[in-house]
Design a protein. Sequence first.
Length: 294
Amino acid sequence: MGMGLKTLQKRLSHLTGNAIRDYRMIEEGDRVMVCLSGGKDSYALLDVLLRLQKRAPVRFELVAVNLDQKQPGFPEHVLPEYLASLGVPYRILEADTYSTVERVIPEGKTKCSLCSRLRRGLLYGAAEEMGCSKIALGHHRDDILETFFLNLFYGGRLAAMPPKLRSNNGRHVVIRPLAYVPEPYLERYAERMAFPIIPCTLCGSQPDLKRQIIKAMLREWGEIEPRRLANIFSALQNVQPSHLADKELYDFINLVGSVQPGEDPVSALETPHGDGFPAAEVLSGVQRHDPQSA
């Protein structure tokens, strides 16, 4: 992937713009809260949205929000200085969720779930207080695929991260504008743009996470067959409930054919149903067997 910076910017803008359009993520007059973690994905998200804002067919506002979770050694000055240099409206929330997670989750257990729930609640509250109609997260295509396989392998269900989601209380709309963007694009872009990355020491110290196992698997698949991940993502957009096995999603119970019990199946073909064909056409060249003549 030897794209220059300008080409990479165009590619990111194109993919992000398509996702926003396809799922109607941003509309006229929206006030969008862009959640910044200090990682490469959220930096890229803000950067691309700022570029799209200048030429979008609709007017919308952006406000950047970071949640300072009081992780030891967190460089509090980095994000405010970066956002001030861009001239972007921003707000820094402060909540010691780090201590809560460390206290509640036993050593060696996955901390991400509780951490994300606490973070989500605080961000929802801030969005309501600030009058933000949309909450933009930096999850990309590979995050969505990782979640799909985590649910498939370990949860026994077909589910991923949707590009657009209404919160459980129905008051907030979460959007993922980077849903079409492969992670390697974001890695390269972060290097080229020299974003001031802030590592997460809370979950970064858990190398055995199932997500890391899935991530490695997908990376290997992408190296073996470059189109494989794109094809899997396309499958998430092309679901055929009648060819799965979910009785709640498709009415298998009441699925019946046109041939009734005791009816001669060949005779049934002689009376077209809907777009059916006469038996003479369907059975062209096939000799009908009459048991009486045997």
